[in-house]
Design a protein. Structure first.
Length: 534
C-alpha cells in the first residue's frame, strides 16, 4: 500500500475509534486518558484494539502523530475548529527541523519554545534528535518548553516526550495555558510552532502587539503567534513556523510581512501541498517560514524557496529576492523562470470585479420568483460555475432560479457579455481558478443578471476575446501560475488583474492549431520567451 493509502487506512481506524468513544469521552482528561492508554501494549478498552494493533507497527513519531490525531477527533467539532487543533505530520516536522538546523539552530546547546505545542510533533521529534546526539534525558527536558491551551493535550504531549526519551520528565515541559495571554519570561535559540489560525474579534485580543502584524478588522491568530515567536526568540535565534500561505500574498497581511522583515532575516519560505492530504481536514495551502531574528532583512539577500512535503524534492532549491517594498506580496519563484507570458487580462479586454450580492445580509431582496410589479434579475451563485459549460442561474437549493430585486438602476446588474469565476475553492477541487461564460440567453430573457459575493465577474466588449480569456484561465498552466503568487483559497481580484498571461494573439494562434487549451497555454508561455530572446 502506498503512503496515501496507508494514511487513509490509519485515518479510517482513528475515526472509527473516535466514533466508538464519542459518548464516553466528555472532557480533556478523559480524552487524554484514552490516548495514553494506546501507548500501552495491553489496553483496557476493547474498542481500541484494532487501532492499537495498527499503531504497534508504526515508528514512534508516526505512532505519536496518530494518537494525537485521535485526540483531535474526540474533540467536539466546534472546539476543534475554534482551537484550530490540526497537527504537524512527522515528515513535515522533520523537514522543518532540518531547515531550522540548516539556518543555525544547534541541537546540542540551544533551548526551544513551542507556544502551540499541540501533540508535541516538534518537541517530541526534537527530544529524539537531542538524545541521538548524546544529550541525557534530564538535559533534554530542561531544554524543551511548550505551551498548550488544551489541558488534556498538554498532559498527552508531555507523556509522548517522556516516552520518546524513555524516562519520566523531571519538570513540566509543556504548560497548560493560552500562549497569547500567559507570561513567557525567557528567550530561546529556536521558537518553532504550527500555530492555530482563524479570525479574532478585537475585544478578544489582549495588549497592543497585534497592531504590528494585523489590521483591526482582520486579526488572525497565526499573525499574533508570529509576533509572539519573534518576540521570544533570542537575538540570532531561529523562528520556524508552519502557517497558512495567505501570509505571503494576502493584502491584509502586509503589516505582518513588513514586521517580519523589520525583525529578522528571511532565510526560507517553503511550500507544503496542504490540499494534497498532508494535513488532515485542512483546506488551506500551508507554508513554512524560517527566519533569523536580529537584523532587518537585506532587500538584496536571496531567500530559499524549498518544497516540503511527503516526498523530498530532488530538484535544486530555487532562490530569489523578496520585493523591494517590505509589505508587498512574496510570490513564489516561477515554476520555470524562463516562461514569461508578458500580458494580463487587460490585454484581453477583460474587466474584473468582485460579485455584488451578499444574500444573508439582504434576505428580503432574495426571492424565488418576481411579482408582477417587481423589478429583479436572476442570481448566479458560485456553485453555478462549471468550467467548460455555459453558466446559467440556478437556485441555491438546486431548484428553480433565485432573483434579486432592485428599486433603482445599479452597476451590479450585468447586461453584456460576461463570465463568472468562483472566488473561493475547497480542498476537493483540483483548480484554484474556475471560470465559465454566462449563457447569452440569460441577458436575452431577463435583461441581465447579478452574481453573489463569492464570485468574480469578468466582462468585456468583445465576447470572443472574453471567451478566449476564460479558456485560458481554466488551464493548469495558468492555475499553477496563479498559485505561485497567491497562497489563499480565495481568489484575489488584485492578483488576478496582475496575473502573468500569454499574449492573446500567441495563445489564440496555438489554440487554433491544436484545439487543446491546456497544450496551447503551456506552449504560449514558452513562445513568448523565445520571441523575447530572439
Amino acid at each position: 500500500m502506498n503512503d496515501k493509502g496507508t494514511k487513509a487506512a490509519l485515518l479510517a481506524h482513528a475515526r472509527a475509534a473516535a466514533r466508538s468513544l464519542a459518548n464516553r469521552v466528555t472532557n480533556a482528561q478523559s480524552r487524554a486518558g484514552v490516548c495514553l492508554d494506546l501507548l500501552s501494549d495491553i489496553g483496557t478498552d476493547p474498542s481500541l484494539e484494532a487501532f492499537r494493533e495498527v499503531l504497534r507497527t508504526l515508528p514512534a513519531d508516526e505512532r505519536h502523530y496518530w494518537i494525537g490525531t485521535l485526540y483531535t477527533l474526540l474533540l467536539p467539532t466546534k472546539v476543534r475548529r475554534r482551537q484550530a487543533t490540526y497537527f504537524t505530520p512527522p515528515t513535515v516536522a522533520d523537514a522543518v527541523i532540518d531547515l531550522a538546523i540548516d539556518a543555525g539552530f544547534d541541537l546540542g546547546t540551544d533551548t526551544v519554545l513551542d507556544p502551540a505545542a499541540g501533540g508535541a510533533a516538534f518537541l517530541s521529534t526534537l527530544a529524539g534528535r537531542m538524545a541521538i546526539v548524546g544529550l541525557k534525558a534530564e538535559e533534554v527536558a530542561y531544554r524543551l518548553n511548550g505551551i498548550e491551551i488544551d489541558s488534556g493535550l498538554a498532559t498527552l504531549s508531555s507523556r509522548l516526550i517522556a516516552e520518546r526519551l524513555g524516562s519520566p520528565l523531571p519538570r513540566d515541559v509543556i504548560l497548560s495555558g493560552d500562549a497569547l495571554r500567559v507570561t513567557i519570561p525567557a528567550s530561546y535559540g529556536l521558537v518553532i510552532a504550527n500555530p492555530p489560525y482563524g479570525r479574532m474579534a478585537i475585544d478578544e485580543v489582549s495588549g497592543k502587539a497585534w497592531r504590528k502584524v494585523a489590521h483591526s478588522g482582520h486579526i488572525n491568530k497565526y499573525a499574533l503567534f508570529t509576533e509572539l515567536c519573534l518576540r521570544h526568540a533570542r537575538p540570532g535565534g531561529i523562528v520556524a513556523l508552519v502557517i497558512p500561505s495567505s501570509f505571503r500574498a494576502g493584502p491584509l497581511y502586509d503589516r505582518m510581512r513588513r514586521f517580519i522583515r523589520a525583525q529578522a532575516e528571511v532565510l526560507a519560505v517553503g511550500s507544503i501541498a496542504g490540499r494534497d492530504g498532508v494535513f488532515i481536514d485542512v483546506a488551506q495551502d500551508i507554508s513554512v517560514l524560517i527566519v533569523r531574528k536580529g537584523k532587518t532583512h537585506d532587500p538584496v539577500a536571496p531567500v530559499r524557496f524549498p518544497i516540503v512535503g511527503l516526498m523530498p524534492s530532488i530538484a535544486p532549491v530555487v532562490e530569489q529576492i523578496l520585493p523591494v517594498e517590505p509589505g508587498d506580496a512574496w510570490p513564489l519563484p516561477a515554476i520555470d523562470p524562463n516562461l514569461v507570458g508578458g500580458a494580463t487580462l487587460a490585454d484581453y479586454g477583460v474587466t474584473i470585479r468582485a460579485g455584488y450580492f451578499v444574500w444573508n445580509r439582504e434576505t428580503g431582496r432574495l426571492v424565488p420568483k418576481l411579482g408582477r410589479k417587481q423589478r429583479g434579475y436572476p442570481l448566479v451563485w458560485a456553485k453555478n460555475v462549471r468550467p467548460g459549460e455555459l453558466c446559467k442561474p440556478a437556485g441555491k437549493k438546486g431548484a428553480g432560479i433565485d432573483f434579486v430585486t432592485f428599486s433603482d438602476e445599479s452597476t451590479a446588474i450585468i447586461t453584456g457579455a460576461a463570465a463568472v469565476m468562483q472566488r473561493t475553492t475547497n480542498d476537493k477541487q483540483p483548480r484554484r481558478l474556475v471560470a465559465a461564460m454566462v449563457d447569452p440567453a440569460v441577458s436575452s430573457r431577463w435583461g441581465g443578471f447579478v452574481s453573489e459575493n463569492h464570485t468574480i465577474v469578468l466582462t468585456g466588449d468583445d465576447p470572443e476575446r472574453l471567451e478566449l480569456a476564460v479558456k485560458l484561465l481554466n488551464t493548469a498552466a495558468v492555475d499553477n501560475r496563479y498559485r505561485r503568487v497567491s497562497g489563499t483559497a480565495a481568489v484575489s481580484v488584485t492578483l488576478l488583474r496582475k496575473l502573468d498571461l500569454p499574449a492573446p494573439a500567441v495563445f489564440s494562434a496555438e489554440l487554433g492549431k491544436s484545439g487543446d487549451a491546456e497544450a496551447a497555454a503551456a506552449i504560449a508561455y514558452g513562445l513568448v520567451q523565445e520571441a523575447v530572446s530572439a
